[in-house]
Design a protein around this ligand. Structure first.
Ligand code: ATP
Length: 638
């Protein structure tokens, strides 16, 4: 379309109509029909797009200075027209060709759109308005206040201009326009405001919105309160991060964070420093106060922006590792070369050094916060702990620092978060390992039979319920010299740690019956288990399954098997029986006394079924299980 449109002959000057991509149409419908409490966001989004356009132009002009011409300084101009109920936001930035308008204003480029739209559909009002900015559907928010939106644009260096126009109801048009109607360079967005949004054409409202939400964008903003009025500067476009920390208030930081990160909350941590010495750069970064919705997007992309001497280079520079992707902000380098391609900048050893230092700084600031304000740190952990833990198996160099930052719920923490330092400080005498139980359901973990023997000895067990836990914990070497050990794997090694309450001694007859019952279990259960043994970890349940000493943790095995990534067959578990459990002792002694063999075998197989159920799986032979259960119940009823 655009190749023809760009040549702008009289016969192709008619508007070309297009339908919005399905997701955009759905999104627009949602935005217009659900009353978000915060319609103000549209202005922030337009200003942020205009500022981005000015910054993109500065970058392109590095290699092609003629693009700037006489008009060197990026500026955003907002013009109000209360009589015509109109607000116009114009910039002298990069501009868009007709093709670019179709791509940028008719589709949603980002991945995960579907998930986003679904979430928006079910979101509450306040959350909904937060989601809009985070996902970069910013431009479409104009339809919350306008029943017609026109975008006049002329790309820098081009001698044609186009207008995009839509009422937000399913379709839009794009047509060439005369150069006198479009900005000499850049984009002009005209909103025809709805009756109930007419206050957005009032000076007071707009001035207040700019000051509170966009006061720190790095491009100056001018406001004209009438079409022919002289514009006044409302924001100076001075980059906040270049100012000394002592001149910046908390409110300034919050405002900058909100407009730069598209968030509506307060930052949970602000990191602002200037590095001098081998590399000179400034970092201004924020840990959000709430979870951005795309936190678990498989691409794991961060949103940190890279500037070089105040020129925005890219937000794709992966300035921080994937496990810090929730951090928002920027790094502005004084040393990186400006006159080379983005790709070359990204690969430069200088940037590698900056990345390393910046990562270290984020972690050390988190650690400082954990010491100085533990409750504030715990909030960050609750939002982002699952992401930070990815670093435990990705970033070996910083594993100790990350283990130091990690917080856990445990069997003795009473719902509070514990650090590994806390854990190690309360080790029992003779306890040589950090015990953990991994699974997907925190509640079920607490009731697992595997931790009974640990509870009975007052030994703390970490309850790991994030999917990522099984990955790092099996590769981590330990903390302060103590290895991590799964309570569902191998022998429990608990005999050196005394029970809080000493159990009754068993008579030699019962012990002998149990020993012979274990031998019987091994032959009866045959291929289903790799071994059967008396348990140290059980105190109230009769049975449980554990993984062999040198095998894979059971939870890890389940995750790999369900993802189809398990090499070979599932390992056979070890069945542990509780030699003091009434059911076990009665079965053992009945067998010893020559009781009903068929009944004892059914009851014995039921023990294995029970262990499987306790493990969160199902009996391997449901029909056999049902039959055994009926048989045993029928017999017990006489
Ligand atoms: N004033 C403008 N000048 C040039 N391009 C623009 C302008 N406004 C919007 N665009 C283009 O439209 C695209 C879509 O804008 P939109 O606000 O919907 O999302 P975004 O800006 O990409 O995302 P985010 O809001 O997360 O930064 C932009 O990426 C940009 O390419």
């Amino acid at each position: 379309m655009s190749a023809e449109a760009e040549s702008a002959g009289p016969d192709i000057a008619a508007p070309q109509n297009h339908t919005f991509e399905a997701d955009v149409a759905k999104l627009l419908h949602l935005m217009v029909h659900s009353v978000y409490s915060d319609k103000d966001v549209f202005l922030r989004e337009l200003i942020s797009n205009a500022a981005d356009a000015c910054e993109k132009l500065r970058y392109e002009a590095l290699s092609n200075p003629s693009l700037l011409g006489e008009d060197q300084k990026g500026t955003i101009r907002i013009t109000l027209d209360a009589v015509a109920r109109r607000i116009t936001v114009a910039d002298n930035g990069i501009g868009m060709s007709a093709e670019e308008m179709i791509e940028a204003l008719g589709t949603i480029a980002r991945s995960g759109t579907k998930a986003f739209v679904e979430r928006l559909e079910s979101a509450q009002q306040a959350e909904g308005s937060q989601l809009i900015g985070q996902f970069g559907v910013g431009f479409y928010s104009t339809f919350m206040v306008a029943d017609k939106v026109e975008v006049f644009s002329r790309r820098a260096g081009s001698d044609v201009a186009n207008v995009w126009s839509s009422d937000g109801k399913g379709s839009y048009s794009v047509a060439p326009v005369g150069l006198d109607e479009a900005p000499a360079r850049g984009t002009k967005v005209v909103l025809h405001l709805m009756e109930d949004a007419k206050s957005y054409a009032e000076t007071y409202t707009i001035e207040r919105l700019i000051k509170t939400h966009s006061g720190h964008v790095p491009v100056p903003i001018l406001l004209a309160d009438k079409p022919d009025a002289e514009p006044q500067q409302i924001a100076d476009g001075a980059a906040l991060w270049t100012r000394p920390k002592s001149d910046i208030s908390e409110a300034d930081y919050t405002d900058f964070y909100r407009s730069a990160a598209g968030q509506f909350d307060d930052p949970a941590l602000t990191i602002h420093f200037r590095a001098e010495g081998r590399q000179e750069y400034t970092m201004l970064a924020f840990v959000p106060g709430s979870r951005p919705f795309d936190l678990f997007d498989p691409q794991r992309k961060g949103r940190m922006k890279l500037y070089v001497r105040r020129v925005l280079i890219t937000d794709e520079a992966d300035l921080l590792p994937g496990y810090l992707r929730f951090v928002r902000g920027l790094i502005d380098s004084a040393d990186l070369p400006l006159n080379v391609s983005r790709e070359m900048i990204q690969e430069s050893p200088l940037l590698t050094a900056i990345r390393k230092a910046a990562t270290g700084r984020v972690l050390s600031d988190l650690e400082k916060l954990a010491t100085s304000d533990a409750p504030a740190y715990v909030k960050i952990w609750e939002n982002f702990g699952a992401v930070l833990k990815e670093g435990l198996y990705e970033d070996f160099e910083r594993r100790d620092a990350l283990l130091g930052l990690a917080r856990f719920k445990s069997t003795t923490s009473g719902g509070e978060w514990r650090s590994l330092k806390d854990y190690v400080a309360s080790l029992k005498d003779n306890q040589t390992a950090i015990y953990y139980l991994a699974g997907d359901d925190a509640k079920r973990l607490e009731n697992s039979p595997h931790i009974e023997g640990f509870r009975a000895r007052g030994i703390e067990v970490l309850l790991l319920s994030d999917p990522v836990d099984s990955f790092w914990v099996t590769s981590a070497l330990g903390f302060e010299g103590k290895p991590f050990k799964s309570v569902t794997q191998g022998a429990a090694d608990l005999d050196l740690i005394p029970l809080a309450e000493k159990p009754e001694e068993q008579t030699p007859e019962v012990s002998a019956a149990i020993a012979s019952y274990i031998a019987y279990l091994k032959t009866t259960l045959g291929e289903d288990v790799s071994d059967v043994r008396a348990s140290e970890r059980l105190t109230s349940s009769a049975v449980c399954l554990v993984a062999p000493d040198n095998g894979m943790d059971k939870r890890m095995e389940q995750i790999l098997a369900s993802a189809g990534k398990l090499d070979g067959a599932l390992q056979k578990p070890i069945l542990e029986i509780n030699p003091r459990h009434a059911l076990v002792t009665r079965l053992a002694t009945a067998r010893e006394a020559g009781g009903d063999a068929a009944f004892i075998e059914s009851a014995t197989r039921l023990l294995l079924d029970e262990a499987r159920i306790l493990d969160g799986t199902v009996p391997t032979d449901p029909a056999g299980f049902a039959e055994r259960l009926s048989q045993v119940l029928a017999k017990s009823l006489g």
